[in-house]
Design a protein around this ligand. Structure first.
Ligand code: PEP
Length: 220
């Protein structure tokens, strides 16, 4: 494995605490200890603390990420989760997902403010872009290219197209790592991560089942 490979589980609005802990207990022991392999799980907010505790107690090589983060610092922002508070339990935050842009009116400006809050609190921002023209905020070094039509559809983009988009993003933004996403699973992960400019994958549906996620890890 030359360079980092990121495998990031985005559970979206799925799994309660018991289900989350069951997944961690099954997947945790199966993650190879390799400093270039960065495995991250992004549960719902209510599961973050319990998941973090379970990982820490067993010393699993698994990072915890949030699926969002407030564009503001802490204060009078009802319902928001500020970076300074989240940093107790997360190392990464998933920002600008197309589901947030579409369903919650998230704009490039909001994503940019979220990235700033993440960086101010030593949280790694992972920004999702839906095509090569969506802007990557300054300071963000980890980007997931996820065409909207590929998400949850069972029809991923081709590895060759992802590779091309990754090259374009790198030529625009320089020193960044590009992940792919959209219907990635154990049957196709290898074809994506074998592309020279793809540094891993953001995985939604296929990350929910522990056995399928373990299969994905075994394919690397
Ligand atoms: C996602 O929503 O980030 C995603 C990649 O979903 P799926 O794997 O289910 O297409």
């Amino acid at each position: 494995m030359a360079g980092n490979t990121w495998i990031i589980a985005n559970w979206k609005s799925n799994k309660n605490i018991a289900e989350a802990l069951d997944w961690v207990s099954k997947v945790g022991p199966q993650i190879p200890k390799n400093e270039n392999l960065k495995v991250v799980v992004c549960p719902t907010f209510t599961c973050l603390e319990e998941v973090k505790k379970a990982i820490t107690v067993s010393n699993f090589p698994l990072m915890v990420g949030s699926q969002d983060l407030s564009p503001y610092s802490e204060g009078s922002y009802t319902g928001e989760e500020a970076g300074r508070i989240l940093k107790d339990v997360i190392e990464l935050s998933l920002l600008g997902h197309s589901e947030r842009r579409k369903n919650f009116g998230e704009t490039d400006e909001m994503v940019s403010n979220k990235v700033k809050q993440a960086l101010d609190n030593n949280i790694i921002p992972l920004v999702c872009v839906q095509d090569e023209n969506v802007s990557v905020p300054e300071g963000c070094k980890l980007v997931a290219y996820e065409p909207v039509w590929a998400i949850g559809s069972g029809t991923p983009d081709t590895p060759e197209n992802d590779q091309q988009i990754a090259q374009v993003l790198k030529s625009k933004y320089g020193d960044i790592e590009v992940l792919c996403g959209g219907s990635v699973n154990s049957g196709n992960i290898k074809s994506f991560v074998s592309q020279p400019d793809i540094s891993g994958a953001l995985i939604g549906g296929a990350s929910l089942n522990a056995d399928e996620f373990i299969k994905i890890l075994k394919e690397l």
